[in-house]
Design a protein around this ligand. Structure first.
Ligand code: 1CP
Length: 357
């Protein structure tokens, strides 16, 4: 009896996961699907756990909770990938900057403004501080079935620096942009420190079981062409090269939100295997210009997912028709918004899975 079931088990484990096949350049039909912020406040079971914890970081640093919350959307919808439940701001937190998550307000940090402030940061305790995150990855790697890929992630240096310098995200970024112009050497030290910490952090995630990693550069779109080269492309390229030396088989997805036409430079110069498109990127242009260079991930409007109905179905079909004949991972252009009805997510996943174009 034992022998009778073995061939099936073996076959299951040998077949690479669809997300990894796509990131290696294959076209898979229907394409794999996962959604940015697939774990989060739109799910009642997430809100129930959140209500019982002191603050958001406690969720992130408690492996029992982080594993549970990561798995919640998979139980409902069976996406093709799980993304580690954590946040891009664990890096400043682990480097010794004070980070707090205010209810309904998002993150607030003690802003960093001078070379002296940078000098106070230290990576000496980085891995000790982040050990619970690695433990979450290890447990998830054991929990996931043989079709579901585990994505680790970090913020890209520019975006993490935005929060560290501005103290929050959604501002005009005047302080950081002026600092980068007036003192590129001093500011560059912060970016270098973040490159180092990010390589170390992602390497540990990979060693703990992450099968692909995503770099979120949420605020890349505020940079001018030259600054984009210096603060988005160059640090991303350095991270990709160094990860590839250590972990040659592990693909990297880059998400330079708002990069516009600079998506072309990003994909040709950073070495990423896949590229996350924000909602503003024109589909046919991306299919012609970007998809031949790497897997496309994206870019359904998160507000359309919240809206639902026929317009949602039509947009899903359009994305599949345009990107589905090349390497494609179905996703949103930005994270799920908290008031999204969970049944819209079910509808989206079912529709992607039913595609036979
Ligand atoms: O419950 C709550 O109130 C917290 C809401 C929340 C959640 C669910 C925050 C606060 N972070 C997260 C998890 C998170 N953050 C994940 C988990 C995995 C998943 O996708 O399911 C990921 C990948 C992130 C990454 C992240 N955090 C980014 C990059 C992606 C993006 O959305 O642009 C950014 C910019 C952050 C900062 C952050 N953390 C939380 C908030 C509300 C914000 C954004 C604030 C702002 O707009 O500036």
């Amino acid at each position: 009896m034992v022998f009778a079931i073995q061939p099936f088990c073996k076959r299951e484990t040998i077949l690479p996961k669809t997300l990894l096949r796509v990131l290696s350049g294959e076209t898979v039909s229907p394409p794999p699907v996962w959604l940015m912020r697939q774990a989060g406040r739109y799910l009642p079971e997430y809100r129930a756990i959140r209500a019982k914890t002191k603050n958001f970081l406690e969720m992130v640093y408690t492996p029992d909770i982080a594993v549970e919350v990561t798995l919640q959307p998979l139980r409902r919808y069976g996406m093709d990938a799980a993304i580690l439940f954590s946040d891009i701001l664990v890096i400043p937190d682990a480097l010794g900057q004070s980070v707090a998550f205010m209810q309904g307000e998002g993150p607030v940090l003690e802003p960093l403004r001078t070379a002296t402030d940078i000098g106070r940061l230290t990576s000496a305790g980085l891995h000790e501080h982040l050990a619970p995150v690695y433990e979450t990855v290890r447990r998830l790697a054991k929990e996931l079935d043989s079709n579901t890929a585990l994505i680790g992630f970090a913020g890209a240096p520019w975006t993490v620096a935005v929060y560290m310098v501005e103290g929050r995200g959604g501002t005009d970024h005047a302080t950081i942009r002026r600092w980068a112009y007036s003192d590129p050497v001093g500011f560059g030290r912060l970016i270098e420190l973040l490159v180092e910490a990010t390589v170390a952090y992602l390497s540990y995630q990979i060693e703990a079981g992450a099968e692909a990693v995503q770099l979120f550069d949420t605020w890349a779109g505020v940079l001018s062409e030259q600054q984009f080269q210096q603060w988005c492309i160059a640090p991303t390229k350095a991270i990709v090269e160094r990860l590839r030396e250590k972990h040659p088989g592990v693909p990297v997805i880059g998400f330079p939100r708002g990069a516009g036409a600079l998506y072309v430079d990003y994909i040709s110069n950073t070495g990423v295997n896949g590229i996350g498109l924000d909602t503003g990127v024109p589909l046919s242009w991306a299919a012609q210009v970007l998809q031949p260079q790497g897997a496309i991930q994206g870019n359904l409007d998160n507000q359309l997912l919240a809206t639902g109905g026929n317009a949602l179905d039509a947009a899903v079909d359009r994305l599949l028709a345009i990107f589905g004949h090349g390497p494609f991972i179905f996703n949103l252009g930005h994270g799920i918004v908290p008031d999204t009805p969970p049944e819209h997510v079910a509808r989206l996943v079912e529709r992607v899975r039913a595609w036979n174009g």
